[in-house]
Write a protein that binds this ligand. Structure first.
Ligand SMILES: O=P(O)(O)OC[C@H]1O[C@](O)(COP(=O)(O)O)[C@@H](O)[C@@H]1O
Length: 336
């Protein structure tokens, strides 16, 4: 985002005004906190649509107050199928910079409904026109890793090669490399390859945005994420990697011939490796995530008596800042 009138220079003798981007990061985290708190009421209640609906509504209410001139590029779907936060919807209060907005009010709706780990509310913002359009193909084959091995991985190489390179870059042995994989029948071949290479697998049932971030967070025990997941989630993960110095490489993965044809008609090269920069080319990317359920990445929302506590990651690529913010809402009902 470019500096705007909100960052006018301060009069002599007064403290400099905070950079507007810093304010924006903090404005954005209020949005994911609100979405997570709304979804938090539904944790473990077996109703993923209820959780998602509550989070979408809260996110939409709060995002309208953020100082930006945003367009939802990655949202809840096309206008006719999503009444709120649909692709193309204008969001923000219209006063700030022109930007692309990616929303995922709940990544892990089933995780939330079942009270399982690592469901998160996510929002990413980048300069206008810099996020990849995910509409042609629902799934993407992904390889994600943190900064240490970022220059050595190659999604076109066999899994064993990437595992060896990650082990070398991290100064560990292949046996100590842990690869996170969505537990899906489509990954049968990949799972076999990883096991034959000698590495460990940590399966997740959902939530590969949190999984991608874990590869770049010390202490999570995850070195790589591999396999096929949602294309929108791939772009959101790219925003996070841009802030953390990690990489994602992706290849569009049409689920059937009709989708393949649609992608080809739209001009996509299905063999092309999409890099982090292809997925989000902007250099000033914001990424915020708030935990809904407890996990290795973030604590979830906890309601105790009248109080709610939240735990969030707030990152900005340009400044390289990665903040963890823990908030206490003494009056959660007033959060909106
Ligand atoms: O369940 P599928 O069709 O394999 O899709 C996987 C994608 O779904 C997710 O698990 C999200 O699921 P939800 O939309 O239910 O939250 C992503 O993290 C992942 O990329």
């Amino acid at each position: 985002m470019t500096t705007d009138a909100r960052h006018a220079s301060s009069p002599p003798g007064t403290a400099p005004a905070p950079h507007p981007d810093r304010n924006l990061a903090l404005e954005l985290v209020r949005v994911t906190e609100a979405a997570a708190m709304a979804a938090g009421r539904w944790v473990g209640r077996g109703d993923k649509n209820g959780a998602d609906g509550a989070a979408v509504k809260a996110m939409r209410t709060l995002v309208s107050t953020v100082s930006m001139n945003g367009v939802v590029v990655i949202g809840e779907g096309e206008k006719d199928e999503a009444p709120m936060l649909y692709n193309g919807e204008r969001v923000g209060d219209g006063t700030g910079a022109e930007c692309d907005v990616a929303v995922d009010p709940v990544d892990g709706t089933t995780l939330t409904a079942k009270g399982m780990a690592n469901a998160v509310a996510v929002l990413a913002v980048a300069d206008r026109g810099t996020m990849f359009d995910p509409s042609a193909v629902f799934y993407m084959d992904k390889l994600v890793c943190g900064p240490e091995a970022a220059d050595y991985v190659d999604i076109t190489a066999p899994a064993a090669v990437n595992i060896r390179r990650v082990a070398k870059a991290k100064g560990s042995s292949v046996e100590d490399v842990t690869v996170m994989v969505l537990d899906r029948p489509r990954h049968e071949g990949l799972v076999k390859e990883i096991r034959e290479a000698g590495a460990r697998i940590k399966f997740i049932t959902d939530g590969d945005v949190a999984g991608a971030i874990m590869t770049a967070r010390a202490g999570t025990g995850v070195d790589l994420l591999m396999g096929i997941g949602g294309t929108p989630e791939g772009i959101i993960a790219a925003c996070a990697m841009k802030c953390m110095g990690g990489v994602i490489q992706g290849r569009l993965w049409p689920k059937d011939d009709a989708e393949r044809q649609k992608a080809l008609d739209a001009g996509h090269d299905l063999d092309r490796v999409l890099t982090t920069d292809d997925l989000v080319s902007g250099e000033n990317v914001f990424f915020v995530a708030t935990g809904i359920t407890d996990g290795e990445l973030l604590r979830g929302v906890h309601y105790r008596q009248a109080t709610a506590t939240t735990s969030s990651l707030v990152m900005r690529s340009k400044s390289g800042t990665i903040r963890e913010i823990h908030s206490v809402y003494r009056h959660p009902s007033l959060a909106q």
